[in-house]
Design a protein around this ligand. Structure first.
Ligand code: EPZ
Length: 424
């Protein structure tokens, strides 16, 4: 396995280009299962997770090729309906093939994803949603065996919690159902709007984009289309926070600031100068003005609230602030795996259930250490801390990082960081 080595203490300057969004690419790649013909997806990031879902689509009979950041996926060859355990266990977003397989073939056998580092992550909302469309879901030997005779039937689906992939799965299934489906308490993340745009281009009839109530009037068939993956708001937020944490001044290019309302508000409150363009963010740390980062409280919420996927990264910033920051993680039950590692770098953090109290170091610094990545976003939190820390930080198990950040070493080097990979 490889580790990431960072010689910290250098201000990030210059500019960094953001890639396509992982959490848009995964559902949009899954949506190609819905129609024959060659789908074109532009601005697709080349990540461990996008490679995983493409392997899954191959196992179902589809073919694809990549040319630069464009993917050409032929949905014609779909002939299998089983997603194996060894693929699903590496990426729980594989459950996103359930909806399209049920819509196209009337059956799907997908391994239960199982939990991951950040929580149990059940899929009960997905399954009860499919049952509202007439599907029978049996759970046996760790697999979901879902099937229906004939076409899915439109119905009303209500999510107790606005599930992102649950909303995406039901959107894809309902697009080919007979009749109208209403999804209530739907998630409103920008990645869902990206999927709605793709499905609409394929011939689906969907109303309520960006709202909590989606109305889908099913059609008999869909056709292949050309779509573009939106910029990765979580990658953009990660680099913006890293620039602020290192006392730097730099531009995050090729992003959509409108997708980061909560983060930009919090960074402003922390004293970071943020200048939002149409597709860029200029970030200036308060340290450039001889001031300190101010402590800010954060509570994670479904979009447009503060994203849980940027909680760990913001906590790294808060370890350097003046004052105490209270961080409340409301989405996942175990998303503080980064705390123990940050503490090993000198951070002063106390956890009480889903609340972390971060006492900023203010006048002193974090120090480099050997730390271990546990999940995707916790890894990026350790990278931010290592960039800001004095001395060398070695981050092991960086395969977690490579699931969701394209060419992070190249992008950080472009911002002036001293970072490289080594064999562990
Ligand atoms: C998506 O996961 C993202 N993944 C996650 O990003 C993100 O953290 C999460 O949404 C929340 O924004 C992708 O889009 C591929 P949820 P998802 O269903 O859809 C509970 C990353 O780092 N729940 O919105 O799995 C669940 O346990 C990843 O890129 C149920 O109880 O999240 C959680 O507490 C991590 N039953 C809450 O709802 C269900 O059937 C929100 O989960 C579904 C969810």
């Amino acid at each position: 396995m490889e580790k990431l080595v960072i010689e910290g203490g250098r201000k990030l300057t210059g500019e960094v280009k953001i890639s396509g969004a992982k959490n848009a690419a995964l559902p949009l790649i899954a949506a190609t299962l819905l129609a024959e013909g060659v789908h074109v997806l532009n601005n697709v990031p080349d990540l461990r997770d996008t490679r995983t879902i493409l392997r899954l689509l191959e196992s179902l009979g589809l073919t694809w090729k990549r040319e630069g950041d464009a993917l050409y996926i032929d949905g014609t060859g779909l002939r299998y309906s089983e997603a194996s355990y060894d693929l699903v266990k590496t990426m729980r977003a594989s459950v996103l093939v359930l909806g399209p397989l049920l819509a196209r073939l009337g059956k799907a056998k997908v391994s239960m994803p199982g939990g991951c580092a950040i929580g149990a992550r059940p899929i009960n909302f997905h399954l009860t949603g499919f049952e509202q469309l007439g599907v029978t879901c049996d759970l046996e030997h760790g697999y979901v065996d879902a099937r229906i005779e004939g076409r899915l039937q439109g119905g009303t689906v209500y999510f107790d919690i606005p599930s992102v992939t649950g909303t995406e799965n039901l959107l894809m299934a309902a697009s080919l159902a007979e009749g109208t489906t209403v999804i209530k308490n739907a998630a409103r993340e920008p990645e869902i709007g990206n999927l709605i745009d793709m499905l609409t281009a394929m011939g689906a009839r969907i109303e309520g984009r960006d709202t909590a109530q989606l109305v889908i009037r099913g059609v008999k068939t869909l056709h292949a289309a050309t779509s573009r993956i939106i910029p990765d708001r979580i990658e953009a937020g990660t680099y913006a926070i890293a620039i602020a944490a290192t006392g730097g001044e730099a531009v995050v290019k090729g992003c959509d600031p409108a997708h980061l309302p909560a983060l930009l508000g919090k960074m402003h409150s922390a004293g970071v100068a943020v200048d939002a363009g149409t597709d860029s963010l200029s970030i200036q740390s308060p340290v450039c003005r001889g001031e300190r980062i101010a402590a800010v409280d954060v509570t994670t919420m479904p979009y447009p609230g503060y994203p849980t996927d940027l909680q760990a990264q913001f906590m790294a910033l808060m370890t350097l602030a003046t004052g105490v920051s209270v961080i409340h993680e409301t989405i996942f039950e175990n998303r503080f795996m980064h705390v123990a590692e940050l503490q090993r770098m000198g951070a002063d953090i106390k956890i009480d259930g889903r609340i972390a109290m971060v006492k900023g170091l203010a006048e002193t610094d974090l120090f480099g250490a050997q730390v271990m990545a546990t999940d995707l976003r916790a890894s990026s939190s350790l990278v931010i801390a290592g960039l800001a820390a004095v001395g060398r930080t070695d981050i092991s198990r960086i395969y977690h990082l490579e699931r969701g950040y394209e060419d992070m070493v190249g992008k950080l080097t472009g911002l002036g960081a001293n970072v490289w990979k080594e064999d562990e």
